[in-house]
Design a protein. Structure first.
Length: 129
């Protein structure tokens, strides 16, 4: 759904480039740039993001593309308003970006406390399996 919205958002820009520029080479250049951007955004959105994170004890699991994967916690950047978690699963890196206003406040607070004080990162162990 989001991929379609992003692609459709390029149409008004394409139309305005077509209408506002008189030179054919500017129109062609604008269309080429916007088409390349639309293609790049579509490829970026095609690799589905992490949709869920599950932490039980020292075990982390992520839901990526509808499949649950075991993951190890690599590192984290923790602020009151923003947290970035870097995980690896089967040798592939994953990044999870969480903003305070997009999550449940209590769950976000518990996650930040766990990352700072009780996670494998806090205790010095690098493997969260």
């Amino acid at each position: 759904m989001l991929r379609r919205v992003v692609l459709l958002a390029h149409l008004p820009v394409l139309a305005s480039v077509w209408l506002l520029t008189g030179d054919s080479w500017r129109v062609l250049a604008g269309v080429a740039i916007l088409a390349a951007h639309a293609w790049w955004q579509d490829r970026r959105l095609a690799s589905s993001p992490i949709s869920a994170l599950s932490i039980q004890g020292d075990r982390c699991r992520i839901c990526h593309a509808g499949q649950w994967l075991d993951a190890s916690l690599h590192s984290a950047t923790i602020f009151a308003w923003f947290t970035q978690i870097r995980l690896t699963s089967e040798g592939k890196p994953y990044h999870l970006f969480l903003l305070a206003d997009n999550t449940d406040p209590d769950a976000f607070r518990r996650l930040r406390i766990w990352l700072r004080w009780d996670s494998p990162l806090a205790t010095g162990h690098q493997n969260a399996h």
